[in-house]
Structures are given as C-alpha cells and as structure tokens.
Design a protein around this ligand. Structure first.
Ligand code: ATP
Ligand code: ATP
Ligand code: MG
Ligand code: MG
Lengths: 165, 165, 165, 165
C-alpha cells in the first residue's frame, strides 16, 4: 500500500488548508526550524490513530488544534484526511482506495471516518493492526528512537525485538 | 513464544551484521544475548567495530558511529517485516557527508517496497530524493508547503507554491 | 544562600530574555520559579515564544527551537561568570542555516573574552571560524590533525599537515 | 587566560604524538565521524582533572590509553600536556605560563605535574577551582547538556543555576 494524499486543516501550525501528494520512492521534506516539518509527521500519526497526546508533544489531544498567533485567531477544530492506495490488498479491506479521516473539536470531542462513513477510533487502529503501522514500530524513526536503542536501558531495545517477533 | 523470539532474534542478528558492514565499509558488528539460557528476559548487547578498529563496547564509539549503528539495528528489525511507508525525522543529523551517502544508498535499496518520507536539513540527503517539499512560514506561525526543485547548476532551490484547494 | 540564589536567578533570567530575543529575532521568553516562596527548592520553568507565536510550553516547540532555547539558557548562565575558554561539541547539529548564523554571531560577541573551540560538521559554522583544524584517520583507527583552509572560491578545503614534533 | 598548546600522545585514537596550538577567538575542529574530534575535547577535560571514566566514555580510566588496531599494537601509557597563558593572572599562581601534565599507565597508576614538577591530582583541580573550569560548568557544552537543560528533569536545570551562584 502507499500513501497518496494528505489533507490538513487546523492541525497545529496548518491554519490554512493543505493538500500534499506523496509519490513512490523517497520524498524529502525541508524547511527552517519550527516551520512545520515534524507537524506533517504528527498529522500522519494522528490520523492513523495515535492515542497519546504526549507523543504529539501536547498535554491534551485538543492541543493539536491551531492555537492562533498575534495576527490570527485560534481555530475551533483540527481535521486530517489521509488517502491510501490499497490496490495490492495489503490492508484487510476490499477497498482499493481508502480515506481515513479524523477530526477533533475544542471540547475534546472527536470524529473518525473510513471512506467518509463514521467509525470508531478502534476501527482505524484495527485496520492497521497487523501491519505494524501505527504501533511503535518502523513507520516513524526519529532521533529519540535512535537514542533509546543505543542507551543501555536494554528495556527499550528488547521491546523492539519483541514487537518484531 | 520462546522459539518465536529466538528465531526473530537470529533473523535480526543476521540482518544487523549485514547492514552494519554495508553502512560501515569493512566494519563488523554483532548482537549477543547476555543470558543465552534465558532468552525471554535476557538483555541484548550490541558489539561493534567500525573498520579496522577492534570489536568493542558501544560506549567508546563516536556520536556519529553510534547513530549509524542504531540505524543499522532499527533497519535490521524493520527488515523482518518491512512497513509500506516510513517517516524519518532528521536521523541524518549526526552523520558526516560520506555516511549520509551510505545511509541514502541503503534507503534506495528499500525504496521499491517502502515509501520513505525523509525530513532533513542536510543538502546531500536533499539531492538524493525523488521529490522535495519545502515547508515555509512566510506568515509567522502559519505553515505552507511548496514544491522545491534543487537546481544543481545554480546550487539553489527554486520553489513553486503547491498544495492548495 | 537564599539571597545568593535569588540574585543569581534574576541575573540569569535577565540574560536569558535578552539572549533569546537576539537568537530568535522578535521572539520572547522568560524563566519562572514555580514556587516563588521557596526559591531554594523550586523547579525552574522555561516559557518561550519564537517570533509571532504565543508564549507557551517548551514541549510544543520544534527540535531546533528547543535546542536554540537551551543554548540561550546555557549562555545566560555562562554570562554570570564567563569561562576563559569553552568547547562546543556539535551543538549546531539541529539548527538550520539561518539559526547557525545567529548562533555564530553570538559566539563572536563573546569571543573577545572567551576562547571558543567549536567541533562541527556544519559548513556555515566552518566559514565563521578564525582557524580550522581537520582531524583525519588516514590510517584506520589512528588520528592525525591537519590545518585546513576553506577556499571559498573553489568551495573546497585545502589542508596541510601540521602539528607534529 | 587562554589555552596555548595541547600535546597528546597515546590518548585514545592519538597513537602518534600530536601538538596542537589554539589561538584567540574561534577555532573550528572538523572531520568525519569517528576521526577523533571529541577525543581532543576529552584530552583537554582529562588533563584538567576529570575524575569520572564514564564522562570520558570508558569503564575505567585506563580505557583512555590507545588500545591498538589490527595494524598497530596497543600502547602502555597515555600522556597529555596543556600549556596555558596566564599572563593576565586569572589563575591563583604567580606563573605567567603554566604547563599541566597528566599521564596514566596500564596498571592504572597516574602521574600529575604543574610546570614539570610532580603534584597531586587535587593540586591541578584546585588551580581551577574558583574559575568554574573543570567542574560541570560552561567550559564544555555538548548535545547531552542541551537535552538535560530542556528535559523536565528540573533537577539538572536547578543544578546548573546553583553552580553559577
Ligand atoms: N496547536 C498549535 N497551534 C499553533 N502552532 C503550533 C501548534 N502546535 C505546534 N505549533 C507550532 O509548530 C511549530 C513546530 O513545528 P515543527 O515541530 O513541525 O517544526 P520543524 O519544522 O520540525 O522544525 P525543526 O527543524 O526545528 O525540527 C512550533 O513553533 C509550534 O509553536
Ligand atoms: N582507547 C582507545 N584506543 C583506540 N581508539 C579509541 C580509544 N578510545 C576511543 N577510540 C576511538 O576513537 C573513536 C571516537 O572518536 P571521537 O569520539 O573523537 O569521534 P568524533 O570525531 O567526535 O566523531 P563524531 O563526528 O561522530 O562525533 C572511536 O572510533 C573509538 O573507537
Ligand atoms: Mg522537527
Ligand atoms: Mg564527536
């Protein structure tokens, strides 16, 4: 399967609607410090069902909603939609194209959807359960993972092996 | 469960020694169960020797050598069950240019079965990508994305705004 | 001892807000004692807002913004009693080119009273130094040092071997 | 005061005698991963009285002695001498020029000297006691210090303030 398109609106620093297409192979993401590169990675993790606000660097999940700047008012909700090409049948569903949607409001209230029909968060997580995506495996590699593999807190290192087994 | 783990461990171990000698030309490394009789609880030790030096503890290696060793291990585990996409967030930061090139070459070998999204500040990495997105914040605190073309001749990036609906 | 600490804290705090707004053009930051009535045991909180964004928790900042904030604080403490020399080991790694330039400009302001030794992989940093030593390992595992001249015209480093008796 | 000259022999990867002169201002140190740049910083810390083998990435202090490669035999001792210009009278001694020497043998036996006359380790450490050099203050700034200032283990952050007070 591969990621086709990512649509972001109101998520973290993306106060303006964004639609980003990923192709095959290696896509680079560049830009100055603080411009929003890791926020793009956060949006993908979030729409795939990330449950920990901490992992997204917030205190509560509604921290992902655009919080305003001196020049712009804060927004009332954050919304991310990921379009996935499943024509190889990698995911346990009959659809060849899958739209995963997630929305959160200031109240903390959330909405989830698969191919535009409402579902629960667990339905999204179950879709990816067998693939290793969306769990702490190798869909995201960041500097702190490199550190925890090296540090002699063999706890982390073992844990990664057990996940692969 | 015990056999499952040992089987996975041996697989990762073989991948790791191979990955390591590709990333460190002429280097060798190994993974060891500190308590072979007790695989389910045993800590896992990494021994490594970048080319020409003696096999030794991880702690004496340099910052960049440790990072590259961790990358070799993370990818050794990834190889057991390659994820269809993988986001790498600035993992190339501690690497010198020659090591960045080897790291990219490794990504290229996996890029036919895994879609990579590489967040980076490194110019060598940027040149190895199939496409490049630049995240900008012209308006303070608001992220936008543009398509970037690296003009090797002028050694400059030209960008055009994309990704709006 | 209590007055000593509060006096130092206020001094560092003033240095920090000044350093931060120099490193983050237009940004503002502050240091706060979480328990002002109990200075000797109170945790110290850092609040920061890079230009235009709202003053907030450190955790929502990007990797590079956090690194630059930490550098501002370390130098704010250094300014209380500047050491005659200071070794910086790859602290510029997470910074983009613009932030590296600001970081170097700050070093330059202190360079009349402190001798800096800057270990780096960053080409922008290299160009700002007064002299450059290259450490090499032609013979595997054996370090040698050469004098390096960065030839801006040819964008190449020329080196001559030095430093032997 | 400033550092004039550093002479290294048998320390870590410096199997060949090295003599390095530092000038005023900003000196850059560059080179590939693992070539010995941090080892130079380690040599300076060591000769100024570093007591923790861990801080120098070893298990015991004799780990700093060149351990041999496939092509070269290990050495029997490590020796570092640092020449300091004290003409401004910054250090509590009458000398305008100070040579600090430290030597360690495989047995763990060590020798220390100030201006070529034997002394104890504590004499070297006392020389720098009031300056903040050689303690965990701002003579060395590395990536892990940046991390510990940021992480909310406010213990480290407070500790740095207390040292400055
Ligand atoms: N809810 C929010 N509302 C508005 N802005 C936010 C929100 N959450 C995070 N941000 C902003 O997003 C920025 C961080 O972006 P991000 O982590 O993506 O940077 P980055 O491009 O990865 O930078 P670096 O190269 O330093 O890692 C921060 O400046 C932060 O203030
Ligand atoms: N006692 C020793 N004998 C021989 N070699 C040693 C000894 N101690 C450390 N080394 C070698 O020194 C190298 C590390 O050097 P150092 O940490 O200075 O690298 P570096 O230039 O800082 O690299 P990086 O850019 O990756 O941080 C390691 O490869 C290690 O094997
Ligand atoms: Mg980032
Ligand atoms: Mg180093």
């Amino acid at each position: 399967m591969h990621l086709e398109k990512l649509q972001i609106f109101g998520f973290k620093s993306f106060a303006q609607k964004l639609s980003l297409e990923f192709g095959p192979g290696i896509t680079g993401v560049v830009g100055p410090n603080g411009c929003g590169k890791t926020n793009v990675a956060d949006a993908i993790r979030w729409v795939l069902g990330e449950q920990s606000a901490n992992e997204l660097r917030g205190a509560s999940m509604s921290d992902v909603i655009f919080d305003g700047t001196k020049a712009r008012k804060r927004l009332g909700r954050a919304e991310v939609t990921l379009t996935i090409d499943n024509s190889a049948g990698y995911l346990p569903t009959d659809y060849a194209k899958i739209l995963i949607g997630r929305k959160i409001y200031r109240s903390g209230e959330s909405e989830y959807s698969i191919n535009k029909s409402t579902c629960r968060l667990r339905d999204i997580r179950d879709l990816f359960l067998d693939t290793g995506i969306g769990t702490r495996t190798y869909s995201l590699i960041e500097r702190k993972m490199v550190d925890s593999v090296l540090s002699d807190s063999a706890g982390h290192r073992r844990f990664m092996f057990e996940e692969a087994a | 469960a015990k056999e499952m783990f040992v089987k996975t461990f041996e697989l990762v171990r073989r991948n790791f020694t191979r990955m390591f000698s590709r990333l460190f030309e002429g280097g060798e490394a190994d993974l060891r169960l500190l308590e072979p009789g007790n695989p389910l609880d045993s800590p896992i030790e990494i021994v490594a020797s970048p080319g020409g030096k003696k096999l030794g503890r991880l702690s004496l290696l340099s910052g960049g050598e440790r990072a590259l060793t961790a990358i070799a291990l993370l990818f050794a585990i990834y190889m057991v069950k390659p994820s269809p996409f993988c986001i790498l967030d600035e993992v190339d930061a501690p690497l010198d240019d020659a090591n960045v090139k080897r790291f990219i070459r490794m990504l290229r070998e996996f890029a036919d079965r895994t879609q990579f999204i590489v967040i980076t500040h490194n110019k060598v990495t940027m040149q190895a990508t199939d496409r490049l997105y630049g995240v900008t914040m012209e308006e303070s605190g608001i992220s936008k994305v543009v398509s970037v073309r690296l003009d090797a001749a002028r050694n400059e990036a030209e960008s055009e705004e994309i990704a709006y609906e």
